[in-house]
Design a protein around this ligand. Structure first.
Ligand SMILES: *Cc1c(COP(=O)(O)O)cnc(C)c1O
Length: 391
C-alpha cells in the first residue's frame, strides 16, 4: 500500500499548542504538580439556562437533521444580534451557523480563496489561520508586528503588502494570542484600505464581549455599506458563553459568499448538532448577566498577572485590553520561545505556549483563564526560573 500523504495535508504544521498541552497533561497524569497557562477556553461552566434549553430540546426528541446552515429561528436571532449590538442589517439568509468559530473561519476561507491568491495575516496570529489558507491552496502572507505598536498593523503596512493577487485580510480584534484591541478609528482605517483596494476582510470577532479598561469593539463591517460588503464576520458561542465543547459558531456574509459557504457546509459537515442549536438560541436571546461576573474575575487576574510579569527580570509585557491572554516579551531572558517553554516546563513544571506558534518567537502566550491561586503559583515559578537564568 502507498501511504503517500496528499500535498494539502502534508503542508500543514502540527499544532505546537497541542504538543505542549499533551506533555503537560502526561506530567500531570504522572502525579506532577503542573501549572497550566495553555488554556484557550474560559474556566467557567456554560450558564445553566443554556444547558436547560439544550436538555429540553434533547428530551423532546429534537435529534434529527436541521437545515445545513442552521435552524431558521437561530439564524434570525443572530441577525437580530448584529442589528442590536453592531447596528448591522443582515437577512437570515446571510447568516450561517456552523460547527464552531473555527469551522466558520475555514468555510469562509474555502469559499473565497484558491490557488494563486494571497491572504494577509497580521502576526502574532491565531495559529489555525495560515494552515487553513494553505488547505484552500492559497498563500499566507504574514504582516509582522511587535509589542511596540501593541501588536497592531498600520494602514501603511497593510497598503504596502497588497498586490493584485491579494484576496483576503484576516483581522482579529480583540486578538488571540495578544489580547490587543484596535480602536474604532484604527479599525476604520484598515477597512478603508481594503475597500479602496477591493480586498475582502474576514473579521474574527469571537472575543467581542471580552473587553477591559474601557476598550470598545466596533466591527469593521459597521463603518459603511461598502465596508459591510467587503466583510465576512466570523463569531461563535465558545468564549462569551463558555461553550467550547458545544461546537457552535456563526458568520455573517454578503449574500453570494453566504450561499457559497452554505454549499461547502452542506457537502461536508451538514448542520451543527440539532439540540445544541437550541442551547445557542437560548444563549443569544438570553441575558448576558454571567459575563459581568466573568469579566470582573478575568480583569482582576489580568491586572495581577500583568503587574507581576513586569516585575520579573528579562520579561516585559504590554497590557491586554481584551480576550483572556497576555503576551509577554521574553527577549530579555536571552532565550527563544520554544527553548524557554521547554526549559520552563522541565525546571518549574509550568506550561505556557511558545510565541513561535503564533509567528512571534520573542514572546509567550499565557492564558489567565485559570484560578487566581494557579496564577500566583505559576508566576512565582516563572520568576524563579527567570532569576535562575541570570546566575
Ligand atoms: C476560540 C477561537 C475561535 C473559535 O473557536 P471555536 O471553538 O471553534 O468556536 C476562533 N477564533 C479565535 C481567534 C479563537 O481564539
Amino acid at each position: 500500500m502507498n501511504y503517500e500523504i496528499s500535498q494539502r495535508a502534508a503542508a500543514l504544521s502540527p499544532s505546537l499548542t497541542l504538543a505542549i498541552d499533551a506533555k503537560a497533561k502526561a506530567m500531570k497524569a504522572a502525579g506532577e504538580d503542573v501549572v497550566g497557562f495553555g488554556a484557550g477556553e474560559p474556566d467557567f461552566d456554560t450558564p445553566q439556562f443554556i444547558k436547560d434549553a439544550a436538555d429540553k430540546a434533547l428530551a423532546a426528541g429534537f435529534t434529527k437533521y436541521t437545515p445545513s446552515s442552521g435552524i431558521p429561528e437561530l439564524r434570525q436571532a443572530i441577525a437580530d444580534k448584529f442589528k442590536r449590538e453592531n447596528g448591522l442589517t443582515y437577512k437570515p439568509s446571510q447568516i450561517i451557523v456552523s460547527c464552531g468559530g473555527k469551522h466558520s473561519c475555514y468555510n469562509t476561507i474555502l469559499a473565497t480563496c484558491q490557488e494563486g491568491d494571497e491572504v494577509l495575516i497580521p502576526a502574532p496570529y491565531w495559529l489555525s489561520y495560515p494552515e487553513m489558507v494553505k488547505l484552500a491552496g492559497a498563500r499566507p502572507v504574514i504582516l509582522p508586528t511587535t509589542d511596540r505598536t501593541e501588536f497592531k498593523v498600520t494602514p501603511a503596512q497593510l497598503r504596502a503588502a497588497i498586490t493584485p493577487r491579494t484576496r483576503l485580510l484576516i483581522f482579529n480584534s480583540p486578538s488571540n494570542p495578544t489580547g490587543s484591541v484596535y480602536t474604532p478609528d484604527e479599525v476604520k482605517a484598515l477597512g478603508d484600505v481594503c475597500v479602496e483596494k477591493n480586498v475582502l476582510i474576514m473579521s474574527d470577532e469571537i472575543y467581542e464581549h471580552l473587553l477591559y479598561d474601557g476598550a470598545v469593539h466596533k466591527s469593521v463591517a459597521s463603518f459603511s455599506t461598502a465596508h459591510q460588503e467587503h466583510t465576512i464576520i466570523v463569531h461563535g458561542f465558545a468564549k462569551a458563553w463558555s461553550m467550547t465543547g458545544w461546537r457552535l459558531g456563526f458568520l455573517a456574509a454578503p449574500e453570494p459568499i453566504a450561499k457559497a459557504i452554505d454549499a461547502v457546509q452542506s457537502h461536508s459537515t451538514s448542520n451543527p448538532t440539532s439540540f445544541a442549536q437550541k442551547g445557542a438560541l437560548a444563549a443569544i436571546t438570553g441575558p448576558m448577566d454571567h459575563l459581568k461576573t466573568w469579566l470582573a474575575e478575568f480583569d482582576k487576574r489580568r491586572r495581577f498577572a500583568h503587574a507581576k510579569l513586569n516585575s520579573i527580570p528579562g520579561i516585559s509585557c504590554v497590557n491586554a485590553r481584551g480576550a483572556f491572554y497576555l503576551f509577554p516579551n521574553i527577549s530579555g531572558t536571552g532565550l527563544k520561545s520554544t527553548d524557554f517553554c521547554a526549559k520552563l516546563l522541565e525546571a518549574e513544571k509550568v506550561a505556557a505556549v511558545p510565541g513561535i506558534a503564533f509567528g512571534a518567537d520573542d514572546y509567550l502566550r499565557l492564558s489567565y483563564a485559570t484560578s487566581m491561586a494557579n496564577l500566583e503559583k505559576g508566576l512565582e515559578r516563572i520568576e524563579r526560573f527567570c532569576k535562575s537564568l541570570r546566575k
